[in-house]
Write a protein of this length. Sequence first.
Length: 293
Amino acid sequence: MYSVLILNAMSYAQTSAQKIEASSSDICYLATQSNVAYKDVLDLPVESPDQVISYGVDQHQFAELWLPKNELSKSIDFEESVKRHPLVVLVHGGCWLNSFDIKHTHALSTALTRAGYAVWSVEYRRTGDQGGAWPGSYNDIKSAISYLPKLSDYSIDLERVAIAGHSAGGHLALLAGSEGLYKFDAVIGLAAITDLVEYAAGSNSCQTATPRFMGGTSAEYPARYAAANPAMKTPHPSTILIHGSLDSIVDPAHAGYIEGDSHIIEGGGHFDMVHPGTQSYQALLKALAKAFP
């Protein structure tokens, strides 16, 4: 595996403040200072997914399949010795709200494919969508995971699969890992919300979205919160938690609320996890290299 190309600032200039779609040869991600803003992520150049595949009938029930370059063709068109790539199932965050969609993780998916990984990036119904919130959002993640065997015609190694989720997506990924929905090699929480009861008691904009996602407070629906709370589950044995020390949206303490291999990135912020120029992204690459030796 090789990490995404990092060049110094003089070798690459981004020509627009808007998201740029470009060919693989045009893209490189600059090493950047920690604690990046959400807008910094949106402004990154990106490629497009190779396939967009529906796993359900709702407009939001689809996943983007990202493949390392020259790997779009079905595997039957390749030499028998073709390398099959390990797969990362990616679940985006956004406070479970439908105001945040899959597009803000396009840079992360682009970088992971350039690092040699295939990516199954899942869109799902969120709070504000018909059928979204709990349990619909999680049911969509389960459906997207159950679709994985249908990807066997691509040059993907379905015996080497990790799931990674950012923020609220980390919450959903950790749940999927704890329930053994697939034989994951690793379950990676990126600034993941690990304790719903603790998180719902907070006052920032994402914390206050938690009762909306759950349909009420933990006092009103204790059984519902117990079913949805990673902190009340037995985690996947290969759980890895990566969190920035300066995260103001999900407190770094969440990296310690469940058992796992925890990594606190000094000076890291919440959106560093989805920016390929950060130390947090390098920590993700190290976690994946450990998962797929």
